[in-house]
Design a binder for this molecule. Structure first.
Ligand code: ZN
Length: 243
């Protein structure tokens, strides 16, 4: 079920699923009952209460939702979320970059997820997410960058590469067959680094995996029917405290 799974300190767990967990998105035309059953199985594997895992209505924007807000929608329209209670958070991807953020807050960990596709990355979703974590008191923020399409696979028109690199030079790349491409992961690393966020040890993180090249991962480009894998962060013991 998990491509990578680790306790990263303060009782916080970070994980990324592979296709063994199945498609976890409700918006890709899959049978909703089957998706809900997979989400329930995932929650069980995480050891969190059924229905507690927050999924977002991701729109390639930069809005960040406060997962602890008691009056938020069940599925908020946002591309990032933060929590100071260790609430289970999910971010869905299939080539876009899933980013998990963890910082040390005044009364415990501050956690977050962000969906960084081309549009969101260029428009500042990572800046907005990190800003919100810090607003909630997070210090010493660390990021885990999950599996995404790599710069050698993500072919785009030359004009798109130029426009994108004008905002974040690090995204300019070339495919393995010599055509214009984008390296979203490099862009995410550059943005997070410039924000003073530590990047988790590449040996211990799942970063280098390319969704397009690895059939255990979902890639919209390789197979639009492969659904979505997810990045996850939660605190063991869940949202109800340590009881
Ligand atoms: Zn690749």
């Amino acid at each position: 079920m998990f491509w990578w799974h680790e306790e990263v300190g303060q009782g916080v767990r970070v994980a990324f699923t592979h296709r063994g967990a199945g498609n976890l998105a409700l918006h890709t035309g899959d049978d909703p009952a089957a998706v809900r059953a997979r989400r329930a199985a995932l929650e069980q594997a995480m050891g969190v209460p059924g229905g507690s895992l927050l999924f977002l209505d991701q729109v390639h924007g930069t809005d960040v939702v406060d997962a602890d807000d008691p009056v938020r929608p069940a599925t908020p329209r946002a591309d990032a979320a933060v929590s100071v209670t260790g609430a289970p958070l999910a971010v869905m991807v299939a080539d876009c970059v899933p980013v998990v953020l963890v910082g040390e807050g005044p009364v415990g960990p501050v956690t977050g997820v962000a969906h960084a596709g081309r549009r969101g990355l260029l428009d500042g979703v990572l800046e907005r997410a990190v800003e919100r974590l810090r607003h909630r008191g997070a210090q010493d923020v660390t990021a885990w960058i999950g599996p995404s399409i790599c710069g050698a696979c993500y072919e785009v028109p030359e004009t798109m590469r130029e426009e994108s690199a004008r905002r974040i030079p690090a995204v300019a790349a070339t495919t393995s067959w010599g055509t214009p491409a984008l390296d979203l992961r490099a862009g995410a690393r550059e943005r997070l680094g410039s924000l003073g966020v530590a990047l988790a040890d590449p040996d211990g993180s799942p970063g280098p995996a390319c969704t397009h090249e690895n059939e255990r991962l979902s890639s919209h480009r390789r197979d639009p029917g492969s659904g979505r894998i997810v990045g996850l962060v939660w605190r063991a013991g869940g949202t109800e405290g340590d009881a």
